[in-house]
Design a binder for this molecule. Structure first.
Ligand SMILES: Cc1ncc(COP(=O)(O)O)c(C=O)c1O
Length: 400
C-alpha cells in the first residue's frame, strides 16, 4: 500500500533521541542519552496513598470528563505558586493545564504560527519543540549562542532581516541541550527586542527549579508587563514525567485560543492525575521535595564532572551547569559528535550527538549531550571512563 501522508508529517524525522532510547532498552548499555529524571525522585508512596483515596472516595469525579482548561484547584494552586514564589503571571494572565510542557509548546505554535511564518530559537535547541514547530511548517531560524545563551546582537539582526518573524522560542534556564543559563540582563534585552520588533516570546522553563549552585535568575515572564510572553512549565522534572502534566501561563486571550486548540487534540489532560497532583500539593511540601531532588542531582552532576576531569582529553570542553539534567561536551573543531556517539554505542555507552538538536540537522556538530540524572554513580564512573577512551582513540584518528 502506498500511503499518501500529509506534507506536515512527511518531512519530519523521528526524534533521534527516541530512536537512541530504543537501543538503551538493552540493560547492558550505559545510557547518558535520555533526558529522564531519576526514578528515585518520584514521590511514588505519596501518590499511591492519594490515588487509593481518590479511587475509593472520588472516583465519580476523577474518572469523568473534565474541563479543557484543567482541573480548577490545580490551575489555581499552580498559578498561585508561580505568582507568589516567582512573580510569574499577572491579573491579565490565565493558566491552562497541558499534557506535559511539550503540549504547551505545541499549542503555542498552533495558536500563533501560520505555515511559512518564522520562529527564532537557540541553535542547538530542544528537538521535541523544534519538531512540534516543524509539524506546523514553520520556518525555523537558529540564533547562535555563547556561554550566556542566545546572542542578542545576532537576534536583533535576525529580527531586522528575517521575514515574518512571529515568535522567539527560548529555554533560558539550564538550556536543553547546552545546560547554559541566560543572565537577567540578557533576558531583559530579549524582552525589549520582542517589544521593539513586535514578536511573542515562548519561554520554556521546565528545569529552572532544579538549581544546584549559583543564584536564581528571574523568568522572562516575571518581567512581562505587556502580555508578550507565553510561559511553558512542567511537573515532569520535579514530580514525574509519566503523568504528563505541564502548563502554560499567558494572557487570558491567548489561553482562550489554546483551550480551543487543545479541544481538537486531547479534550483535556488526564483528570485523575491532575487531581493526584492537586492533592499532593495540599498534603505535602513540594518545595521540600524539590530540595531533596536537587541534592540527588547535584551529587550526580558532580560525580560526572569529576569523572570527566579524570578521563577526558583536555582538548575537549565541557559545560559546568548550575542545574538541569545535562552537560554539553564540545570536541575540537572539525570533529563529528555523531561519529563519536556511534563508536561509543559499539562500546555500549549511549549519548546524543549534537546534530540532533540543530535547526539544520544536515550540518555537522562537534558536540554531544550527556545526561547525569538517570545513571547510577558507578554507571557514570564506568561510562565516562569508556567514553574517555573512545574520545582518545577518535582524536588520534582525526589527527592522523
Ligand atoms: C526544554 C524542554 N522543554 C519541554 C520539555 C517537555 O517536557 P514534558 O512534556 O515532559 O513536560 C522537555 C523535556 O525533556 C525539555 O527538555
Amino acid at each position: 500500500m502506498q500511503y499518501q501522508f500529509s506534507d506536515r508529517i512527511s518531512g519530519l524525522k523521528p526524534s533521534a533521541i527516541r530512536e537512541i532510547l530504543k537501543v538503551t532498552q538493552d540493560p547492558s548499555v550505559i545510557s547518558f542519552a535520555a533526558g529522564n529524571p531519576s526514578p528515585e525522585s518520584f514521590p511514588a508512596a505519596e501518590m499511591a496513598e492519594i490515588a487509593t483515596d481518590l479511587f475509593r472516595n472520588r472516583a465519580g469525579e476523577a474518572l469523568q470528563y473534565g474541563m479543557t482548561e484543567g482541573y480548577m484547584p490545580l490551575r489555581q494552586q499552580t498559578a498561585k505558586r508561580l505568582r507568589e514564589k516567582y512573580r510569574i503571571g499577572t491579573d491579565g494572565d490565565d493558566l491552562i493545564i497541558t499534557s506535559g510542557g511539550q503540549q504547551a509548546l505545541e499549542l503555542a505554535a498552533k495558536v500563533f504560527l501560520n505555515e511559512g511564518d518564522t520562529l527564532i530559537c537557540e541553535d542547538p535547541s530542544f528537538v521535541g519543540a523544534l519538531n512540534a514547530f516543524r509539524s506546523y511548517r514553520v520556518r525555523l531560524v537558529g540564533c547562535p549562542t555563547d556561554e550566556l545563551g542566545m546572542r542578542m546582537d545576532i537576534l536583533e539582526n535576525l529580527l531586522k532581516t528575517q521575514p515574518r518573524v512571529k515568535v522567539i522560542y527560548t529555554i533560558p534556564t539550564f538550556q536543553n541541550p547546552s545546560g547554559r543559563t541566560m543572565p537577567e540582563s540578557r533576558r531583559r534585552e530579549m524582552l525589549a527586542l520582542a517589544e521593539k520588533y513586535n514578536v511573542m516570546i515562548l519561554e520554556d522553563n521546565p528545569y529552572f527549579e532544579l538549581r544546584y549552585s549559583g543564584e536564581p535568575v528571574p523568568a522572562i515572564k516575571s518581567m512581562d508587563v505587556n502580555g508578550r510572553v507565553i510561559y511553558a512549565g512542567s511537573y515532569s522534572k520535579v514530580l514525574a514525567p509519566g503523568i504528563r502534566m505541564g502548563f502554560a501561563c499567558a494572557p487570558r486571550e491567548v489561553i482562550g485560543k489554546m483551550v480551543v486548540a487543545k479541544q481538537t487534540s486531547d479534550v483535556h489532560s488526564n483528570l485523575f492525575f491532575q487531581m493526584v497532583i492537586s492533592e499532593y500539593l495540599n498534603r505535602y511540601d513540594l518545595d521540600a521535595h524539590i530540595e531533596q531532588v536537587r541534592g540527588l542531582y547535584r551529587h550526580k552532576r558532580d560525580v560526572m564532572l569529576d569523572a570527566i576531569g579524570r578521563h577526558f582529553d583536555k582538548r575537549v570542553s565541557v559545560t559546568h551547569p548550575d542545574g538541569g539534567l545535562f552537560l554539553w561536551v564540545q570536541l575540537p573543531d572539525g570533529c563529528d559528535g555523531f561519529a563519536l556517539c556511534e563508536r561509543a554505542g559499539v562500546q555500549k555507552v549511549a549519548a546524543v550527538p549534537g546534530v540532533s538538536f540543530l535547526v539544520n540537522d544536515e550540518m555537522k556538530s562537534p558536540g554531544i549531550r550527556l545526561n547525569f540524572s538517570l545513571p547510577s554513580d558507578s554507571q557514570i564512573e564506568t561510562g565516562i571512563a569508556i567514553l574517555g577512551k573512545v574520545i582518545e582513540d577518535y582524536l588520534k584518528e582525526v589527527e592522523a
